[in-house]
Unconditional design. Sequence first.
Lengths: 332, 500
Amino acid sequence: MDATMTSSVKARFAGTDKNRKKLSGTARGYLILIGLVVISWLIFKLITPDNFGSPANMLQYFQASLIAATGAIGFYFVMVMGMFDFSIGANIMLSAIVGCVLATKYNMGYAGLVIGCIVTGALVGLLNGSFYVKLRIPSMIVTTGLALIYESIANYMAGGIEQTLPADMRMFGTMPGDIILAIAAFLVAYLILNYTKIGTYTYAIGSDEYVAKNMGIKVNKYKVLAFVISGAFFGIMAILTISYGSSMVAVTGMSSMSRNFVPTMGCFFGIAFKKYGMPLPAIIIGEFVINIIFFGFIALGAPTAIQDVITGLALLIIITLTTKANKGEIVK
Amino acid sequence: MSDDIRLEVKHLCKSFGITKAVNDVSFNVRKGTIHALIGENGSGKSTLTNMLTGIYSIDSGEFILDGKKIHPKNQVEANNEGVSIIVQELGTLSGLTVAENIFLGHEDMFVKAGIKNTAAMNRKATELLKKYGFDNIKANKMVDEYNFEDRKLVEIIKATYFHPKVVVIDETTTALSQEGREELYKHMYRIREEGGSVIFISHDLQEVLEMSDDITILRDGQYIDTIRACDVVEEQLKTLMVGREVTGAYYRNDYGDKISDEVVLSVKDVTVPGELKNINFELHKGEILGFGGLSESGMHEIGKAVFGASYDREGEVRLEDGTTINDIPTAIKHSIAYTSKDRDNESVVMNMSIRDNICLPSLNMLGNKLHLQSDRRNKKFANKFAKDISVKMVNTDQFVSQLSGGNKQKVVLARWIGKDSDIVVLDSPTRGIDIKVKQDIYQLMDQMRKNGKSIIMISEELMELIGMCDRIIIMKDGKISGQINRSEEVNEHSLIEMMV
């Protein structure tokens, strides 16, 4: 055995610099995010002072950002576990069409819209998760294949016609309906993530699936559950989307994938700010930043291609600058 | 201590493909005892305890705990049956708090109507941390914020807070510093005093003899014997483990040889923020230079600094030909090899085969003129070095993740022996290695030294530093606190004085 030596375990336990440094992690995270809001607002306000960034405008941007944020907070459960979903757009489209059809053709009103969207979203999530677990192929491939099927179902249900939500059923497209629904969704996500076993297991599986399995966690069950939660939140996003935009067209040929981008970007913020202990607020504020940039370009009258290039670059720059990996940390 | 049986292991069998990892093993563990399980790497120790704790399924045979047959399917079921385990490598999950790690799989204690009472969980975890004397660890902090040793302390709580009947400690001590070991010993004694049983796996035979009441020996997956620790001496244990007498010199037995004046590597004013301060030393041709100290003295960073793997390193690491080493590719290109203490995370690529792991740094050498790799050539290369160092394997196509801890270490060594590096940095090279292979490694190091290779050996095992090194540098608080040349008069106490 090694030589015995007078140890000073307590001295070693006195804490490390690292521990002390991280004390204000959450506050630092908020500061960075609020700083991003201010900087992005300031840039466009300086360039185009007249038609951008008034308090009323900012409220409008915020309302628009809530739509994608509701989907992104659900998607966070999937991404933290290391999986991905390419059927986001198809899910939103199908859920919105089912909700709209139930609300209008079946005269179910708001109940049809809300239940139809959320249940359809959750079912899509259930299918995604079940196929992923049973087929044992990467989630990206499974969800890409299924997205084609969801698009076709949506197109079939809509009969190739644009589905329009009547004006008297668009409570969730304006204040305060949209804000109330979004806040309710955020609270539910916060509760699940922080106050249920699901949240703990989500992080455990994301950290080390093998160890999680050995701890008795039914890994596959919780993976499917993550897809179901994610799907349900995309259902809520579908309610907000069709209520805000008043109609939905059932596109095919993977065209729905264009809807994947914004919620996925918000989710990146959540993943990046996880280490500050504030993933969900990061998603909400992150989506707000994305919308400020987006509306800023509209105010500038920039062509779509330029908007996309600069938005993409802005995302890369923001995430790189705000989430500098620790020395030696492996980034995948 | 009593003669009552706590755990009966009956005709246990487990195979992986054609390898019989555990073959009809039967023995008993008494109540209130520390029961050591020893054997060479790949003898079946970890496989057996992994079956007991539900990590592996049982092919045939049974475990009977306090007269009741148990067959856990995972660690939580094992915990519920009264069995827990502390593993060799990290057993806590990043991304979860300390409290969540302690109660992972047992959250139901804090869940009402589906809602987890996080505050109550944190309170309970804080109570436990206080009770165990680990006050510096905060229940609500992310476990990622703590170092390896502190995370091991969290595992001790996780494995013992519910007063299990049997606690398995699987080669944990080799990963710990002396302070960490003492802390673990304290809890092993406590478990024994409370009437629990500890199954203790260790390659350190002196430690086994000091800590254990009973010792069971396994060899090649088969049961050899169970003996009382007080009835046996170290040499007998070695013979039982290996199946023949371990003869010949264990360490080097030469003294007074002059070290070559030729300096192959010089380290000047090397500083790594938070780790090393103004380190200066020279490594000579054919020299084994040892680095010792407490675990967090900075000695493990020395290896990384020399290999160009340290972050924000200042100062200079220069080779004989004037080349400065600032990054890993330059180090490998100039014939420097490095094996890390953190084997699973920093040395082996778990999801690659033994062949790929061994060939990895030698691919340039193994490629043909067009830099194309040949399967046959690579296989031959890997086979040669894996066999030279006796890796227990089906063949070199086997995944490294399927090997025992000691055999993984052998793969790492085989890789660098194959590379034929001139300067070899070995951080804790015999960690988790059995007695026979330890002897092989020491002989190999001695042979390399005689062949003009230079070795930096970093180790927490003072005896191996004394036995193998031409010079020993002792580190304390990131600085060099002393140096001792090879001599028969050097003993552990002379080193300890410089360490603390």
